[in-house]
Ligand binder design. Structure first.
Ligand SMILES: NC(=O)c1ccc[n+]([C@@H]2O[C@H](COP(=O)([O-])OP(=O)(O)OC[C@H]3O[C@@H](n4cnc5c(N)ncnc54)[C@H](OP(=O)(O)O)[C@@H]3O)[C@@H](O)[C@H]2O)c1
Length: 336
């Protein structure tokens, strides 16, 4: 099969090669990959800044893949040949709380990823693809969509009429806007771009704050919520801005700590957190049970992932470069 292999850090070491199709074990399924989508994690793995000691050489990169089962091991009971499935990043985290070593079993490092014509995985590590989505659309779900869903719905118990602040218009955030508005929440979005703000409104956002023009965006959120603050906030920025997020969130509201674009550490004013009784919830994507619940909701609510660009398999390097430049919606690579 054709497979991209990472043979050292740096995009220049990503090579398209011919290698053997993997053989499924007794509880494995072999998937003819239809499409993969890129996340910040995939880029960081190639650049050698994401758990570099865990990255095998060579590695078939990219965790998020969707395709069709073409072969199954003799012990497989969850799926049959012909089923359309999507990969589940934390491949052994099925339900409940995560185990201590879930990162050891993630696709796209250290386990092989989907940037190849075929991908093998344990039957427990796949979910049925939503029937209303193509492989290109479904490939965007495993990290970006599930992270937003797990924050808002699994931990956040989002209700109709809740207010939600979503930071930015990146991959996780766009899914956050779509999921929260489809479930009847009032969504406020912060963005650096008025043009992206308009696009966020088309996806369901009710209010948009340009965080470049309105630097005290937390005060603006307070105004928009009659001095109360939002019920939930998706923190993709991190760093010192976490203090603003506490101000923008209502007393006893939840901040889902997802990203660290502005820094992996913060000086947090604990007195504000104490007096406001803010719930600060760390997020690491989500478990398979939540993924399956989310897929049903995507079918029921007709949520369609936003894709910026689809690249052919041969142009995978261009796809990574596009991710580095930024996008509105997901960057997808078609493998079929
Ligand atoms: N914990 C987890 O499970 C998990 C899962 C997925 C991702 N992540 C992390 O979450 C972060 C976002 O991931 P992604 O894939 O969504 O990234 P992305 O697609 O690259 O989007 C990043 C967006 O962040 C926004 N942004 C940057 N600085 C901002 C600021 N000061 N205020 C508001 N928005 C700001 C920008 O929005 P505008 O262009 O609109 O300004 C930008 O488009 C990354 O740090 C990633 O590693 C964590």
């Amino acid at each position: 099969m054709k497979a991209w292999q990472l043979k050292g850090f740096g995009l220049e070491n990503l090579k398209l090669e011919n290698i053997n199709i993997p053989t499924p074990g007794s509880h494995d399924v072999l998937i003819k990959v239809g499409a993969v989508s890129l996340n910040f994690r995939d880029k960081a793995i190639v650049e050698g800044i994401y758990e570099p000691d865990m990255v095998p050489n060579p590695l078939i990169p990219v965790s998020d893949a969707a395709g069709t089962i073409v072969q199954i091991g003799e012990g497989v009971t969850r799926f049959k040949i012909g089923d359309r499935v999507t990969s589940h990043l934390y491949s052994k985290w099925i339900e409940g709380a995560p185990g201590p070593n879930e990162p050891d079993f993630c696709f796209g490092s250290p386990l092989p990823g989907g940037l190849a014509e075929y991908m093998v995985m344990h039957e427990d590590s796949a979910v049925m693809t939503p029937s209303t989505l193509t492989d290109e659309e479904a490939s965007t779900l495993p990290i970006a969509a599930l992270t937003a869903w797990y924050s808002l719905v699994t931990y956040g118990k989002l209700k109709k009429g809740d207010t939600v602040l979503i930071q930015g218009t990146g991959g996780v955030s766009i899914f956050g806007i779509q999921i929260a508005s489809a479930l009847g929440a009032k969504v406020i979005v912060t963005t650096s771009s008025d043009e992206k703000g308009l696009r966020a409104r088309k996806l369901g956002a009710k209010e948009v704050i340009n965080y470049i023009k309105t630097t005290d965006w937390a005060a603006e959120v307070q105004k928009l919520t009659n001095g109360k603050g939002v019920d939930q906030l998706l923190e993709v920025v991190g760093g010192e801005g976490l203090n603003d997020s506490v101000q923008a969130t209502k007393v006893t509201g939840q901040i889902s700590v997802i990203g660290f674009m502005a820094g992996q550490t913060t000086n947090l004013n604990l007195m504000e957190v104490i007096f406001r009784q803010t719930k600060i919830q760390g997020i690491a994507v989500g478990n398979r049970k939540a993924f399956e619940e989310m897929n049903k909701a995507f079918d029921d609510l007709a949520i369609k992932p936003v894709i910026d660009t689809v690249y052919p398999m041969e142009d995978a390097v261009k796809a990574y470069q596009h991710l580095s430049r930024g996008a509105f919606g997901k960057i997808v690579i078609n493998i079929s």
